[in-house]
Design a protein around this ligand. Structure first.
Ligand code: SF4
Ligand code: SF4
Length: 322
């Protein structure tokens, strides 16, 4: 028997969590048995950003948002019933907006927090965002992951530990990413960074964390990146992972825009099958965590035998983020 609004809220929240886990398991099983469909699509609703992180090449200051009806058409093409996630810098998260996201059925939200105090490289800072994290803790029905980063000009590696500890204290899952420096080079982590990386990684791969968020627990590729070594893996961008830009074009990822460059409305199962088997020459030094993670489900099968679009220039990593 439910005795009051607070208990009813907790009951609904548990039901939503169970539904999310059930849908995740169903998608996981479908992903294992069939390779001819995407598992993760990053779809851009607006190119404009209200801040200007020094390592980022993904924003401008002028673009209008994609009209809602156009966004809905693009999402419909991808199929209903998906797990819905939102990546945000968190600046606009207030209780009312979190309630709207609950009502809209959001499943998952991620914020990358780069440092404790804002500086010229990043204003995605714990001090500025801590109140938003508290709001999420108090009001969100969806899963929350807090990502912290090392490399890329981030000055105080210890900040990643502080951010991670705070996020876990609030009950969120966490991840840690290694980003290139401003010139796009992948360098081994310095010893202070490496110590933080090892400690945070150990906390992230614990059973509690993996239970909370299996996806964020896939992080083996980061060890090679931490050593400045390439990874040998099969990037399934264009197949298991799609990046749909504000123009509605499908690209491999944020850093390889232009390939294949086909409108989502015209993207077919044949495109997915082709890209599944296409080797990406930029893969050895790639730091894009979400593509590494989603590609992991197929790491054991289907060696890639095709080259990227005949006649195109080699893919080069210019810079990477989430
Ligand atoms: S990393 Fe995110 S918050 Fe920072 S400028 Fe780029 S899009 Fe904006
Ligand atoms: S940059 Fe990374 S995610 Fe993008 S196509 Fe290359 S290997 Fe794949």
């Amino acid at each position: 028997m439910i005795s009051g609004p607070a208990e009813a809220g907790r009951y609904m929240s548990t039901l939503r969590t169970l539904s999310r886990k059930a849908r995740s398991l169903k998608e996981f099983a479908r992903g294992l048995t069939d390779t001819a469909h995407p598992l993760l699509v990053q779809i851009i609703p607006i190119r404009r950003c209200n801040i200007d992180c020094g390592y980022c090449n993904e924003y401008d200051k002028v673009s209008a948002p994609v009209p809602t009806d156009v966004m809905l058409r693009r999402i419909d093409k991808l199929k209903l019933g998906m797990i819905a996630g939102l990546i945000t810098n968190g600046y606009f998260l207030v209780p009312k907006r979190i309630a709207e996201l609950n009502a809209a059925g959001l499943d998952f939200l991620q914020i990358s927090i780069d440092n404790v105090e804002p500086d010229e490289v990043s204003k995605k800072s714990l001090r500025l965002l801590d109140k938003k994290l508290q709001h999420l803790h108090d009001h969100a029905d969806f899963d929350v992951n807090i990502n912290s980063v090392l490399g890329g000009g981030i000055k105080n590696p210890e900040d990643a530990r502080t951010i991670n500890t705070r996020a876990r204290a609030l009950g969120f899952s966490t991840s840690i990413g290694i980003i290139h420096d401003g010139s796009g080079r992948l360098k081994p982590l310095a010893s202070v960074e490496r110590k933080v990386f090892d400690e945070v990684s150990a906390a992230i791969s614990g059973p509690w964390q993996v239970l909370k968020n299996l996806y964020s627990g896939i992080s083996g590729f980061q060890t090679n990146l931490a050593d400045g070594k390439p990874n040998e893996w099969r990037c399934r961008a264009g197949a298991r992972y799609l990046y749909v830009c504000e123009e509605g074009l499908v690209h491999y990822c944020s850093q390889q825009r232009g390939y294949p460059g086909v409108p989502i409305a015209d993207y077919t199962t044949a495109d997915v099958k082709r890209e599944f088997l296409t080797a990406k020459s930029c893969s050895p030094n790639c730091t894009i965590g979400c593509v590494h993670k989603i590609s992991y489900i197929d790491h054991w099968r289907a060696p890639q035998t095709s080259e990227v679009s005949p006649g195109s220039h080699p893919l080069v990593n210019i810079q990477t983020g989430d």
